[in-house]
Design a protein around this ligand. Structure first.
Ligand SMILES: [Zn+2]
Length: 279
């Protein structure tokens, strides 16, 4: 460790993997259970912050990473943390991270599109993206964002969400500490442990994960970065093909090859905006 007195912890928060959440009625800002969903969300996040503080003195940044990214009510968040909110911003769900952080934690994350028994599974944009492959490996948001942390030399040490995302995270690195707060019985149905119990597991898990953070290597993709994106339909790919560096692979698939992971991430995100806009 460096001579820094305080640990710097970055927390990225999505909503689909939060305790008790199984349906978009809890995650969409115009729907009836949204206020309950965002209360559940901040409950899981505050448990992670408490876990970090139980480990020791910490500087904590929380990035709200779902939808419009204004789900967490600032006054409900633990006062030890600084909140990054609003969208769009260059690093999206990872906005606020840089090389000064010691560890990254993902709370409320979900599995990639098409996962068997993954609560609200999707990859970045459920409407536009069928699959995302980087350097030959199909990935979801966990690996996509772990590689942003890794770009800055920061290891992903903890992931909470449903059982499926804990398996997806452990496949990246079995040393990542995971907590399953629910187990899907279908894409929009799950057996959920009580939020109080889930928060206790998150608190304990984060503390343990920070203790062994030095044993975990940052997750990275080696340049050149090849991104293969399959969109939902050929019209979306037709529009994305106008982007500089885009290569058409087949009806629904576009390939980008870039020399830097953040540039590749930017191209992917811009393509998702274009795909969503054209239909
Ligand atoms: Zn989300």
């Amino acid at each position: 460790m460096s001579g820094k007195s305080k640990l710097k912890v970055f927390i990225s928060v999505d909503m689909e993997g939060i305790s008790g959440i199984v349906h978009s009625s809890q995650t969409s800002r115009d729907q009836h259970d949204y206020e309950k969903g965002r209360a559940l969300m901040v409950g899981d996040v505050n448990a992670a912050i408490e876990g970090a503080l139980a480990h020791g003195d910490a500087e904590i940044v929380v990035a709200d990473g779902h939808g419009w990214m204004t789900n967490i009510q600032p006054e409900d968040l633990h006062e030890a943390a600084v909140l990054v909110r609003g969208t769009p911003k260059p690093l999206s769900q990872m906005a606020g991270i840089d090389e000064s952080f010691d560890a990254a934690l993902f709370i409320g994350y979900h599995s990639m599109k098409g996962t068997l028994h993954g609560v609200l599974s999707h990859t970045f944009s459920g409407r536009a993206i069928n699959s995302l492959k980087v350097n030959g490996r199909e990935i979801g948001e966990t690996a996509m964002n772990a590689a942003i942390a890794g770009y800055f030399g920061v290891p992903l040490v903890f992931v909470s969400g449903d059982l499926a995302i804990t398996k997806e995270a452990e496949a990246l690195d079995p040393k990542i500490t995971t907590v399953a707060v629910k187990e899907a019985v279908a894409r929009t149905a799950a057996r959920c442990i009580h939020p109080k119990k889930a928060r206790e597991l998150i608190r304990r898990g984060v503390r343990e994960a920070l203790e062994k953070r030095d044993s975990i290597s940052p997750f990275t993709f080696q340049p050149p970065i090849e991104v293969l994106v399959e969109y939902s339909n050929a019209l979306m790919a037709d529009a994305v093909e106008f982007m500089p560096t885009a290569q058409r692979v087949d009806g629904r698939t576009i390939r980008f090859v870039l020399d830097d992971y953040l540039k590749a991430f930017g191209a992917f995100r811009a393509s998702a905006y274009i795909a969503n806009a054209v239909t």
